[in-house]
Design a protein around this ligand. Sequence first.
Ligand SMILES: C[S@@+](CC[C@H](N)C(=O)[O-])C[C@H]1O[C@@H](n2cnc3c(N)ncnc32)[C@H](O)[C@@H]1O
Length: 317
Amino acid sequence: MEESLYSESGFFNTTKVRSNIEGDFLTSPEVSKYFGKFISHWMNENKIKSNVVEIGAGTGSLATQIQEYSTNNLFLVEKSNTAFRILKQKEFNVFETLDLIPVDKVNLVYMNEVLDNIPCSVGVYKDGVWLEKIIKIESDSLSYELAPMRPENLTWIESNNIEPLDDIEIEIQRNATKYLEGIVSRFNPNYLLIIDYGYEFHERSSIPYKSLIRTYKNHHLAGETLLQPTTTDITYDVNFSSIKNCLSRLDYAVELHTQKEFLQLNGFEAFYKKIQTKFQNADGLDKLKIKSDLVGLEAINNNRGLGGFKMLIAKKI
Ligand SMILES: C[S@@+](CC[C@H](N)C(=O)[O-])C[C@H]1O[C@@H](n2cnc3c(N)ncnc32)[C@H](O)[C@@H]1O
């Protein structure tokens, strides 16, 4: 996953940015220019001003929205060369890694659709033991094999109380939790806000897929992961139970909402009604533009789409 997504010829390092309309998938801030307004509402309610860090900023759409409605002291971290260049052109304060950010005191670290792109391992429970699904590299093909599980991955499974489930592979999201530990050890922020598609472990048995790893290309599911390395987005549903456990261990009080719930708590309905009234009173091209704003707002709030994403708020105890 690391090679396919982030190596020199990886999916996130080609000539185009992947998270917008010309790319391969659309994120909430690309769908609605108001997504950041609701996050800003939450930030303002909690008096979060500076400093703020966004991880995996992509095109910078969310950062632009957040700058418009709340903080100006925003630092971005972006791993993709392509996105990094665009963020620089837009004159953001952007860095390749966390360590390069020139401040130590950070109030909030937030990220949208980043953890699902952090490489995971795969655990398979067979004949009473945990194994890892690994990828065999041959001169002209890639194939799956099973190997004994690395002790650190076994520890991750045990520390998250993950029980084997019939015919289900477990995405071991140790790199994601390690990344969060790194953020906390670097900045000890007062708040983290993590937005992504995902589930809590007690929900896993009711999700009807053996594996939650999947690929996207040109806004569609793209089939078998191994057949198209570097040309598809490889992603998986985030196990929010493991994120909760990790942040609780690091002394954070954690709340988990759906995106729709978060929006509702942060002024969505009143704002939607305001735009609806504007729509009713507008004419011509203006009316079309406002219609498109309404469609964007509906999409980020729809429970069966982006509104069903999870938003985890962690507050330092
Ligand atoms: C799915 S895109 C989301 C972009 C943006 N957050 C949005 O909502 O539109 C994920 C982005 O996170 C970046 N990324 C992934 N892992 C990262 C890491 N460890 N540090 C910084 N950026 C990362 C990728 O390069 C990519 O631009």
